[in-house]
Ligand binder design. Sequence first.
Ligand SMILES: [Cu+2]
Length: 147
Amino acid sequence: MRPVYVAVAFVVAIAVVAVAVMLLWGQLIGATVVAGQTSGKTYTIRSMKGSYLPPEGWKVGDPPVIDDKYYNPARLSISVGDTVVYVNEDEVPHTFTASMVPSGASKFDSGPVNPGDSYRYTFRVSGTYTYYCMLHPHKGGIIEVSP
Ligand SMILES: [Cu+2]
C-alpha cells in the first residue's frame, strides 16, 4: 500500500475508536446521573459578586430588596420535589435563609456559605417561600413552588 493510504486508514481507525469510547462514556455518565437523581429538577441560585453592598439609602429594618444583582435569579418558579442549589459567587460569606414558608414546610437555612461553596435544599411543600441573607439583610428572594 502507498503510505498515504496507510495514513488515512490509521486516522479512520482512530476516529472509529474515539466515537465508540465517547458513546460508551456517554452511557456511563447517563447511568450515573440517573442513579444520583431525585424526582425533580435542579435549579441554581447564585449570590452575585459585590452583593454584600446594600443599595443606596437602604437601612436596617427595611424589607430585603429582590433584585437579580443580589440573588440570581431572585424570583424562581419550581415544582414540588425540585432542588435548589444555592451557590455563593461573591467574595464574602452569605446565607440562604428562609424568612416565610408555607404552613407545613420547614424553614431552610444554609448558615454562612463561604465564597465558592454551595448548599442544597429540596422543596417538599408547595407555596410561596421568601428568603434573605442573615449577614446582609438588604438582599432577598422569592421561590414559588407549584404542586
Ligand atoms: Cu450576605
